[in-house]
Design a protein around this ligand. Structure first.
Ligand SMILES: Cc1cc2nc3c(=O)[nH]c(=O)nc-3n(C[C@H](O)[C@H](O)[C@H](O)COP(=O)(O)O)c2cc1C
Length: 165
């Protein structure tokens, strides 16, 4: 390898992403959630998305055996919610209002978009597990602006048109 881990992370950080919180329930029925920016689109027909979970994540087992999960695309005023679901070993759902989705998946009512999914495939990939899922239900707020993640920091979209080329 001709680069170190830090350089690899910094380089990937140049790729701008949105931020999601992905939720499910564990075997005991407790709500589980994790902040993830590895979310991406895969296929339109069937409608498939992907994301990956680190092998060290406490919620990995719950997602590996989940009957369903929900991807919440966060709004630009939801950085605190992202931080909440990025703190391992805490009660991430404390005082949060949740609704019930497909297979009783906990849904966060406020977000830019919500995708309720069924598992489609799982692949170990290095120190992560890749999850591919089929979207069953969609909800979105057409007026919401997304939370942005870039270079390890949160950002907002600048509403600045790129010059035509
Ligand atoms: C913006 C952001 C994006 C993240 N994306 C991912 C991701 O795609 N996959 C992942 O496993 N962890 C990701 N993390 C880290 C997890 O959210 C964090 O490790 C979390 O504490 C894991 O929770 P758990 O141990 O309760 O499962 C991200 C964190 C932040 C702040």
């Amino acid at each position: 390898m001709s680069f170190d881990l830090r350089t690899f992370r910094d380089t990937l950080g140049l790729f701008v992403t949105g931020v999601t919180v992905i939720t499910t329930r564990d075997e005991a029925g407790a709500p589980v959630g994790i902040t993830a920016n590895s979310f991406n689109s895969v296929s339109l027909d069937p409608p498939l998305i992907l994301w990956s979970v680190g092998m060290n994540a406490l919620s990995l087992a719950a997602f590996a055996q989940a009957r369903a999960f929900a991807v919440h695309i966060l709004r630009d005023d939801q950085a605190a919610l992202s931080q909440r679901f990025a703190r391992s070993g805490t009660d991430k759902f404390a005082n949060l209002k949740i609704e019930s989705g497909l297979h009783d998946v906990p849904l966060l009512p406020e977000c830019a978009a919500r995708l309720e999914c069924l598992p489609y495939a799982q692949h170990p990939a290095g120190d992560h597990i890749l999850f591919i899922a089929e979207v069953q239900r969609l909800a979105s707020d057409p007026d919401a602006l997304p939370l942005v993640y870039h270079g390890g920091r949160y950002a907002e979209l600048a509403d600045k048109p790129v010059s035509a080329f």
